[in-house]
Design a protein around this ligand. Structure first.
Ligand SMILES: NC(=O)c1ccc[n+]([C@@H]2O[C@H](COP(=O)([O-])OP(=O)(O)OC[C@H]3O[C@@H](n4cnc5c(N)ncnc54)[C@H](OP(=O)(O)O)[C@@H]3O)[C@@H](O)[C@H]2O)c1
Length: 324
């Protein structure tokens, strides 16, 4: 089968298209023919190993798993004889950052992995982009214990995580102020933001109001600069480690004292999360923001674009697109 393979950490060009053996499902495994995947910042993080910590999971010197792609949508091709939940022909989507494999024509999954049926009527491209941004956003929103009526500021409303966070926060009943650039203000308002701030005209850290949570979904601010925006027990969370890796340390420190805190939750995904995302997608209360699509043959270009930090929402790898 055709796959995007990498043998060493580095820039987008370490990824090559190759022919590798198609896996066969064992008793409790499901083989899915991938119709669409994404290239996202998680793929980029494990491809570049820019943060050393990723090597503790993926291999110290070289990647142990050669095919990335944590998000996927496709059709079940075959199942092992003990599989009960899925059958050939089922349309499924999900997230896997343990075994990866979405950047190939087929992906092999355990029946209990974080994947489920695609909500009726959703395209493969949309289904592929449901989980990465949303599960990170969910993780931060849950850690902050956001409830009905809380005021939340989301910086980076056009990112995969930020655009998902706006919709999930509205689902949980929060009042959302989102920050993005001029061109995408209407898109971000359409995602549900109650107020949109144009970062080219206004510095959100200078606002004269307070929030239950400041969620920097693009990791451009610091706790020091945003602390004044937090209510007495307000929470600050960022998707980046922060200057000199301060955010995890500040989060640890925060467990020892009361008041304003930094949160740095570890983003684990569970099957429950994927099922919840499927449910709110079926209810038309969550829809991933899509930027553009590439074919598998164009995956290096897709990586270059995602590495630029300028994608809007999600970048699709469509197996039905051809390179030209
Ligand atoms: N290491 C990992 O495994 C990992 C995994 C997932 C996410 N993350 C981190 O999480 C962050 C978000 O990822 P993502 O995929 O959601 O983001 P993304 O899709 O790469 O989005 C970046 C978006 O943020 C906007 N942006 C850039 N600078 C901004 C600013 N100063 N203020 C407001 N918006 C700004 C960009 O729009 P403009 O260009 O128009 O400004 C772009 O639309 C990234 O920092 C990423 O590294 C890391």
């Amino acid at each position: 089968m055709k796959a995007a393979v990498y043998d060493s950490y580095g820039p987008p060009e370490v990824v090559k298209i190759a022919d590798i053996p198609r896996p066969e499902p064992s008793a409790q495994q499901v083989l899915v023919k991938v119709h669409a995947g994404t290239v996202n910042r998680t793929d980029c993080g494990f491809r570049s190993a820019e943060y050393f910590i990723t090597r503790l999971f993926s291999g110290l010197f070289n990647p142990k798993i050669k095919v990335l792609g944590c998000e996927f949508a496709g059709v079940v091709e075959s199942v092992g004889d003990k599989v009960e939940k899925f059958a050939p022909g089922d349309k499924v989507f999900g997230f896997n950052d343990m075994h990866w494999g979405g950047h190939a024509e087929y992906i092999l999954l355990q029946e209990k992995d974080a994947f489920t049926h695609i909500p009726p009527g959703l395209s493969m491209d949309m289904a592929a982009a449901l989980t990465e941004g949303a599960h990170y956003a969910l993780c931060y929103i849950r850690a902050a214990k956001i409830k009905q009526g809380d005021k939340v500021l989301v910086n980076g409303g056009t990112g995969a995580i930020g655009s998902a966070a706006i919709q999930l926060l509205k689902y949980f009943g929060a009042n959302v102020t989102a920050v993005c650039d001029t061109e995408y203000m209407q898109v971000v308002a359409d995602l549900g933001a109650d107020r949109v701030i144009d970062y080219t005209k206004e510095d959100f850290t200078q606002l004269n109001e307070s929030f239950d949570m400041v969620f920097d979904a693009v990791g451009k601010s610091t706790f020091g600069k945003t602390k004044r925006l937090l209510k007495k027990n307000g929470k600050y969370a960022s998707t980046e480690l922060g200057p000199r890796g301060e955010n995890p340390f500040l989060a640890l420190l925060g467990t020892l004292k009361k008041g304003k805190k930094v949160l740095f939750p570890l983003p684990f995904i569970r099957l429950d999360d994927v099922e919840f995302i499927a449910k709110i997608s079926a209810e038309k209360r969550f829809s991933p923001l899509i930027d553009r699509a590439y074919s598998l043959d164009q995956i290096v270009d897709a990586y270059r674009y995602v590495d630029s930090g300028q994608k809007r929402g999600n970048v699709i790898i469509s197996m039905t697109l051809s390179a030209n």
